[in-house]
Design a protein around this ligand. Structure first.
Ligand code: GAR
Length: 199
């Protein structure tokens, strides 16, 4: 007798206003290639008419707009949506605001983030996006990379789930570092999510 295929794990991706959606695309693609052991069941964005909205339209992903101007009501709305959509894990991809300890304990599903450096190096409140790569370039480091970590109420301080480094000794500016690191982000985020769900 043939076994019944296990149900795909339902993931939500939280994006921020400036996000391009490249990690969202990579996560969706990875799950699809593996035959959907997990699926992006919900995308929450805090701005309308962004590249992320267009991407969700193209990939037929369910996008919901929630304003993050008032973080208390944002968090309450996100918890409501997570419960309604039976989400098992939240992945932040370009969502840069701090989530509160209250939210993290009430949401009752793991919350992961991807950061474009080898944490604990180049993490913290003002370290995001190109600022990270500019600091890495200025330091003269020969390697950088990406880190998937649990979200905690302190920026980039949660337990590290997965990390991968890349040689940047031939990069002549921060944009080249950003490109190399983004490729690593796209390789490790979906893997880290699946690994986390299995553990
Ligand atoms: C990614 O590079 C991610 O590492 C970074 O935002 C970008 C979002 O890009 N996040 C941080 O810097 C968090 N501190 P994307 O919208 O193309 O996925």
């Amino acid at each position: 007798m043939e076994g019944i295929a296990p149900k795909a794990h339902r993931i939500a991706v939280l994006t921020g206003g400036r996000g391009r959606g490249s990690n969202l695309r990579a996560i969706h693609q990875h799950f699809k290639e593996l035959g959907f052991p997990a699926s992006v069941a919900l995308v929450i964005g805090d701005r309308r008419q962004t590249p992320v909205c267009e991407l969700c339209h193209d990939l037929e992903l369910h996008f919901v707009y929630v304003s993050s101007k008032d973080m208390q009501s944002y968090e309450a709305e996100v918890i409501k949506l997570i419960n309604e959509h039976q989400i098992e894990l939240i992945a932040l991809a370009g969502f840069l605001k701090l989530l509160s300890a209250d939210f993290l304990s009430r949401v009752q599903v793991p919350v992961l983030n991807i950061h474009p450096s080898l944490l604990p190096k180049y993490g913290g409140a003002k370290m995001y996006g190109m600022k990270v790569h500019e600091a890495v370039f200025a330091s003269g480091d020969k390697e950088s990379g990406a880190t998937v970590h649990e979200v905690s109420p302190i920026y980039d301080a949660g337990r590290i789930v997965k990390q991968k480094s890349v040689d940047i000794s031939d990069c002549i500016n921060s944009e080249e570092i950003a490109q190399k690191v983004l490729k690593i982000e796209h390789q490790i985020y979906a893997e880290a999510i699946l690994q986390y769900l299995k553990s």
